[in-house]
Design a protein around this ligand. Structure first.
Ligand SMILES: Nc1ncnc2c1ncn2[C@@H]1O[C@H](COP(=O)(O)OP(=O)(O)OP(=O)(O)O)[C@@H](O)[C@H]1O
Ligand SMILES: [Mg+2]
Length: 475
């Protein structure tokens, strides 16, 4: 009745010890077929109950159709099915967002769970070395829920007991290839549980036009672009210092200009002062008029301007001493933002040693003492190595745009950032696809997120100058 199964071979196995004639034969106990059938039937029944419990709506639909067919015959069931499909299609046509949120992404998640993740789970995990094969048995991490968002699949996983997260972060490439995604990010959600994020599409592949200038004066966090999850990317500038690292053409200018753009209303009412250092003469000079006299280009001018800011900061600190420990921008004590493009030109690549030391010393003073008195530094540079920027750790917030080498990612975003998915070295060098794209760490979480800054074109900068110069020069 039953075909021969591999288990039947056990009785033929014979093993001996190498140097004696002791022979071992396994004791074979035959299990009556009925036991196996009962166990399989029980498993099927338990699986059915579990499916109905977990997916009541999905289970109700075939049951309702079946009952209708049985009671009213098939034409009634077919018209009921047609009505349901038509209603869903109309919903999707009229309001795609709510349809996707409530139905579309759930269906997609179910499909991708069964067709991609469950189907490939065992081979991918064994080949990547995340499963274990011990004494003939496969031990696999448990695949949990799949949730779909507009751009990615999020897969929850229960790790094997005793497995380190590093095993997973080291194998993001295997996982991405195995499940047909462009990349994979690993997030530890709770002890022993991970969420793997597999992007399905790149929502940041199109350049983003400059955002509109805020109506209300604000000192931040300022909106400067979009996050990968579709939410606005807001950058804190007041109460911190920001370092932007990116290879040439990575789009550092778009971050600098987006920040300046959103601070203009506040600058026009005197709540913000913008000081600009443009040693390369290629970036901030475009909107020079916005900064009035607070603009410097030659290294000597830059050193003088920085010394001036340090003096402002120290005077303010002396006034605040013992009275207040944090800064609220007012017209008398505005938030001072020092914007430095290509900071390495002033520090590492400056041939005049004395000037170099003066500038480095002023920058270190500002970044160590400026935060609480309302002085912030926004600096951009191409090469984040310690030899080039020895004060990079004095910047609490860092942004990694496209970088040349994978090791530079951790230098900017901190240890382990690249393992957690900040692939800044893989951002496209084609400006339309990759300029302004980068990774940041948000305050609350160690996970890097992918962002794209809005592109402030030359025309936008000229328009900003036209609209705000009268106030800028008066400030
Ligand atoms: N956010 C953006 N979106 C789309 N394209 C951008 C963006 N930012 C910059 N670009 C494009 O990339 C080019 C280079 O940008 P940018 O000058 O800002 O780079 P950079 O990082 O300052 O380079 P460098 O270090 O050489 O000054 C720009 O001319 C522009 O065409
Ligand atoms: Mg530049």
């Amino acid at each position: 009745m039953f075909k021969r199964l591999p288990g039947d071979e056990a009785r033929n196995l014979v093993s001996t010890t190498p140097d004696t004639a002791v022979v071992f034969r396994p004791a074979v106990i035959k299990t009556p077929a009925i036991f196996t059938i009962v166990i399989l039937a029980w498993r099927m029944f338990a699986g059915l109950v579990r499916t109905i419990w977990r997916h009541p709506i999905a289970a109700t639909i075939p049951v309702a159709l079946g009952v209708t067919w049985y009671v009213y015959d098939w034409p009634m069931a077919a018209s009921l099915l047609g009505t349901v499909i038509l209603a869903l299609a109309s919903w999707a046509y009229i309001d795609r967002a709510s349809f996707n949120r409530l139905i579309g992404y759930r269906l997609l998640a179910w499909w991708r769970l069964t067709w991609i993740y469950r189907r490939h789970w065992q081979p991918v995990l064994i080949v990547s070395g995340l499963g274990r094969h011990i004494r003939g048995r496969d031990y696999l991490p448990r695949l949990g829920k799949v949730t779909c968002t507009s751009w990615a699949d999020q897969v929850t996983v229960r790790m094997l007991k005793g497995q380190p997260v590093k095993d997973w972060t080291d194998r993001t490439d295997h996982l991405a290839q195995g499940f047909g995604a462009a990349s994979c990010r690993v997030t530890l959600t709770q002890a022993g549980h991970l969420t793997l994020t597999f992007p399905r599409s790149d929502p940041l592949s199109e350049p983003l036009p400059a955002l509109s200038i805020p109506i209300e004066p604000t000192v931040g966090p300022v909106e400067i672009g979009t996050r990968e999850d579709g939410r606005p990317w807001r950058l804190k500038v007041h109460g911190t210092h920001v370092l932007v690292a990116g290879a040439t053409g990575a789009g550092k200018g778009s971050i600098i200009w987006s920040v300046i753009r959103s601070l203009l209303p506040a600058a026009s009412v005197g709540l913000v002062e913008l000081w600009a250092l443009d040693p390369k003469l290629m970036e901030l000079s475009y909107g020079r008029a916005l900064f009035g006299t607070r603009y410097a280009a030659t290294p000597e001018e830059c050193a003088d301007l920085l010394d001036e800011v340090v003096a402002v900061m120290q005077k303010r600190a002396a006034r605040f001493a013992g009275l207040q420990r944090s800064h609220t921008p007012t017209v008398d004590d505005p938030f001072v933002l020092v914007v430095v493009d290509e900071v390495a030109f002033l520090t590492a690549y400056q041939s005049d040693r004395q000037l170099r030391q003066r500038i480095s010393c002023a920058l270190a003073t500002l970044t160590t003492q400026g935060r609480a008195v309302g002085v912030g530094v926004l600096a951009a540079l191409q090469d984040p190595r310690k030899e080039v920027m020895n004060i990079r750790n004095l910047f609490p917030d860092k942004i990694a745009l496209r970088l040349d080498e994978s090791e530079q990612v951790d230098m900017v975003l901190g240890d382990g950032a690249r393992d957690r998915g900040a692939l800044a070295d893989r951002i496209s060098p084609v400006p339309e696809r990759g300029a302004g794209v980068g990774y940041v760490r948000l305050e609350a979480s160690p996970e890097p997120i992918r962002v794209r800054a809005a592109y402030v074109s030359d025309t936008d900068i000229h328009a900003m100058v036209d609209a705000y110069t009268p106030y800028g020069s008066a400030a």
